[in-house]
Design a protein around this ligand. Structure first.
Ligand code: BG6
Length: 465
């Protein structure tokens, strides 16, 4: 019986520039869509006024404090760290001919720091943000010119970091644009499905062009897509519910199908027809799309159910609205906890794509309370992560090729949905609250020592509960 993970399995954590870096106006950085969303990806968008408050302006000040944070990650034994590049640090408005050297130099310093500890960087090109200049002047991803700007950005960073970064991801949770169009594709929230799918098409073409550029520029580079793993079960075994679950799962698998297979899947033709959607696709687009990703990466926090019963109440989960599963417990934020779902999802994606998989987000958002002596005993987080990792190991035993696991938010950071600080994911506590008070000091939680042991023993210390 195998109790350990493969020797070359990559262990680490994942975060996004806009949720950790802060320094929103330093180093020539331009205004990003995230800078205009002080209440998170679903919150109201604001025009920035001098002196107004956005917790992400400082976030956890990773921009200045990264040496300390990387050292702590190294202490846990990380072999990989997923970060994202803020596009606006490299092309502040988005449409410049030349990149911003100060922005490029920042990520050089960051990658060099990681290299000191042999931590491999995994870099997302766009994680829930884009230059606001491209939204206000061009209409975001609604305009196919954005493809050209994105490709310029991608080629710039591939060239610059080709000796330092081997793992790349294109768009974070690319399927979420259907639910949060401003964050995903820079379109107004009330945009029509027609407009959103057209913007998504442009983004899919841009993703494929970035894959091609990576293959040309980064020798031994591996580039993946990134899906929000929105696994849905049929609420009952009624055939109508089965069909509904199939169709709802296809809503997000569609993105993976295009990115892994290089063409639109046939089922979309009927879907578009029924919805009255007509996408403008050029011959060149079809050629560009034929550049499949090397591996599939995804986030997984929860599962949900689908039903043909239109009166069933929905619950807001991780971006998606889902019908709650009566058999599962939920976190304080109502996200249903389903470790076995991760094994199912890994198997399902392996069957579908026959490509290596990478779990690039998984974790529990919770309120942490310090004991009198300051200790944070986050046993709930340990239990969540333990149970999910046990299921990853089961999937590997099932024959699934999994390259690695990066838990979400290895250090506390600003949450994406509502820009809260009190919803914490980290192994490392950061002294800051929702109002922005605190010293930003870091300290390990109980889970820090637990994860360190898991990595050290290659999973042998996990408890099969
Ligand atoms: C994923 C995102 O949807 O979920 C992250 O890629 C996000 O950016 C994470 O932080 C957890 O969501 P939240 O809202 O709890 O921060």
């Amino acid at each position: 019986m195998m109790h350990t993970f493969p020797q070359n399995f990559l262990w680490g954590g994942a975060m996004a520039a806009n949720q950790v870096e802060g320094a929103w106006r330093e180093g020539g950085k331009g205004l990003s869509t995230s800078d205009l969303q002080p209440h998170g990806i679903f919150g109201e968008r604001v025009a920035r006024q001098p002196g107004d408050f956005n917790i992400k302006d400082i976030a956890i000040d990773f921009y200045h404090r990264y040496p300390e944070d990387i050292r702590l990650f190294a202490e846990m034994g990380f072999t990989v760290l997923r970060i994202s590049i803020a596009w606006t640090r490299i092309f502040p408005q988005g449409d410049e001919e030349q990149p911003c050297e100060a922005g490029l130099a920042f990520y050089d310093r960051l990658f060099d720091e990681m290299a000191k500890y042999n931590i491999a960087p995994m870099v997302t090109l766009s994680h829930y943000e884009m230059p606001y200049g491209l939204v206000s002047n061009y209409g975001g991803w609604g305009n196919r010119q954005t493809i050209v700007f994105f490709e310029r950005y991608a080629r710039t960073v591939f060239e610059r970091y080709r000796h330092k970064v081997k793992y790349w991801l294109t768009f974070n949770e690319i399927n979420m644009s259907l639910h949060a169009p401003f964050t995903g594709v820079g379109l107004p929230e009330n945009s029509s499905r027609q407009a959103i799918y057209q913007a998504i098409h442009h983004q899919l073409v841009a993703s494929a062009r970035a894959v091609k550029a990576c293959h040309q520029i980064v020798s031994e580079g591996k580039i993946g897509n990134m899906l929000l793993g929105g696994l849905l079960y049929p609420l009952t075994c009624r055939p109508e519910d089965m069909l509904e679950a199939l169709q709802k799962n296809r809503e997000w698998l569609f993105f993976g199908d295009v990115q892994a297979r290089g063409a639109y899947p046939p089922y979309m033709a009927r879907f578009f027809k029924q919805q009255g959607i007509e996408i403008a696709i050029s011959e060149q687009d079809n050629i560009d799309l034929r550049e499949p990703v090397d591996f599939i990466s995804f986030s997984y926090y929860m599962s949900g159910c689908a039903t043909a019963d239109k009166t069933a109440a929905l619950a807001r989960g991780n971006v998606l609205d889902m019908v709650p599963n009566p058999h599962l417990p939920a976190s304080e934020w109502g996200w249903q906890i389903d470790p076995q779902g991760l094994r199912l999802l890994l198997n399902m994606l392996a069957d579908r794509y026959q490509k290596p998989l990478f779990i690039v987000e998984n974790g529990l958002g919770a309120r942490d309370k310090a004991e009198a002596d300051g200790a944070i005993n986050d046993d709930y987080r340990i239990a969540y992560l333990n149970d999910h990792l046990v299921q990853v190991r089961e999937a590997i035993k099932d024959g699934v090729e999994v390259w690695g696991y990066t838990s979400w938010g290895p250090i506390d950071l600003v949450s994406a949905s509502k820009a809260e600080f009190s919803k914490r994911y980290g192994f490392i506590y950061v002294d800051r609250d929702d109002q922005g008070n605190g010293t930003l000091a870091r300290r390990p939680k109980k889970s820090f020592w637990w994860y360190r042991e898991v990595i050290k023993t290659q999973g042998a210390s996990l408890s099969q509960r």
